[in-house]
Design a protein around this ligand. Structure first.
Ligand code: 5RP
Length: 221
């Protein structure tokens, strides 16, 4: 079974958690796109729900799928939030933000009663860090933060797209860093967050309740 199929079956399984009347945080990325398509089908079939999108791209997909959207302000606390991940470890710690939506994704995860991660089996790792950790920074401070991250031996790389500095939906930059040699991820996260100009990191260390992983043609919970 390929990764696309594993993403799809995990996404379909996550839709079973969405019940009538729920406010649902909608993650970003290719796995979340399968979930949005499945929820769209269920809405067409009579499911009543409202979505809170974690990115402009997700908002567009959800509208195309026929899902009603509301703002975070109007939603307040969500019933559940369903999102993908770039890596997860046996302690349910994640790296997210490969698609650049980490800031809004973390806000949704924080404001949701229940957080579901959907993933293909390639996302499961024994130790986080083969995937570079995204660190979101405000443009004004990005160059000086890169110097600081060099000094922390994190091999920072400014994210680029089409030969230009990549910008998030919040018009911030992303610096991808190498955390593979780091043992205390919570301590590292605290250090990164304390740097003025760092807005958020792609560490999701404590928010996940359930991971639905496609493995072959089965979903492992
Ligand atoms: C976007 C994310 C995504 O959840 C993560 O990149 C996984 O994406 P995909 O499902 O396409 O592998 O964090 O910011």
């Amino acid at each position: 079974m390929n990764a696309e199929n594993e993403k799809w079956i995990a996404a379909v399984a996550s839709a079973d958690y969405v019940k009538n009347g729920m406010l649902v945080g909608l993650g970003s990325g290719s796995t979340a796109a399968f979930m949005i398509a499945e929820l769209g089908k269920r809405v067409a079939g009579g499911l009543i729900m409202k979505g809170i999108p974690s990115s402009d791209a997700t908002a567009k997909l959800a509208k195309q799928a026929g899902i009603s959207l509301i703002s975070l302000d109007d939603a307040g606390t969500m019933d559940i939030n369903i999102d993908g991940a770039d890596e997860f470890d046996p302690k349910f710690q994640l790296i997210k933000g490969g698609g650049g939506a980490l800031l809004r994704e973390k806000i949704l995860a924080h404001n949701s009663r229940f957080n579901i991660i959907i993933a293909d089996s390639g996302k499961k790792v024994d130790r986080l860090g083969k995937f570079k950790l995204p660190v979101e920074t405000i443009p004004f401070a990005t160059e000086i933060i890169i110097s600081e991250l060099h000094n922390m031996d994190l091999k920072p790389q400014l994210r680029m797209k089409n030969n230009e500095v990549y910008k998030t939906d919040e018009n911030n930059c992303i610096i991808d860093v190498d955390i593979f040699q780091k043992d205390d991820l919570q301590e590292l996260n605290n250090l990164l967050i304390q740097i003025p100009g760092v807005v958020e990191t792609g560490f999701f260390l404590t928010s996940t309740d359930i991971i639905l992983m496609g493995q072959g043609n089965k979903v492992v919970t």
